[in-house]
Design a binder for this molecule. Structure first.
Ligand code: DGP
Length: 152
């Protein structure tokens, strides 16, 4: 059966527009850079200050990132969020990270959106929660713990 939940892991991810930004071949409004991370304003912002935070490591999907790149992104995100809310005056914001076309990913280089919410401007979310099935959930959580090397 085709696994439609986890996007395929590409051995050699294709170059994207973000590689050109990383290489300085096309311009961006840079807001942050360190050895592993670049952040710049989204060219199609949902609200002023909408920022993209990307690893320099070229991977299409979050689950492909090395621990080093993941840690660097995790370190940078709160700092960048603090700057975005201070600069824009927004108090509320979303952090969004899309993986796979069905999950709204358009650029296949890992990126986190930091999206200020100002009145009507920002991320619109369709959210349709269902009731948890505790028997299924217990089974699923157990399988996840096993995959993650956690004890039962
Ligand atoms: P996603 O749907 O999560 O893959 O979002 C990709 C985002 O990337 C989208 O909000 C627009 C932004 N984007 C695409 N091309 C460029 C570009 O050349 N420069 C900048 N700054 N942003 C871009």
């Amino acid at each position: 059966m085709k696994d439609h939940h986890v996007p395929a892991v590409a051995a050699e991810p294709a170059a994207t527009i973000f590689d050109k930004i990383l290489a300085g071949q096309i311009p961006c409004h840079r807001v942050y850079e360190d050895d592993h991370v670049l952040a710049f304003l989204d060219v199609g912002p949902l609200s002023p200050g909408h920022t993209l935070v990307i690893p320099k490591e070229r991977k299409a999907f979050l689950h492909e990132l090395s621990d080093e790149a993941g840690a660097a992104i995790g370190r940078a995100l709160p700092r960048i969020a603090r700057a975005v809310i201070e600069a824009t005056g927004a108090t509320d914001y979303n952090v969004l990270q899309n993986n796979g076309a069905a999950a709204h990913q358009a650029v296949f280089h890992v990126h986190f959106h930091v999206i200020p919410r100002r009145g009507a401007q920002g991320l619109e979310i369709g959210w349709a929660p269902r009731s948890i099935d505790h028997a299924d959930a217990a089974d699923l959580a157990g399988r996840l713990r096993a995959l993650l090397g956690q004890s039962d």
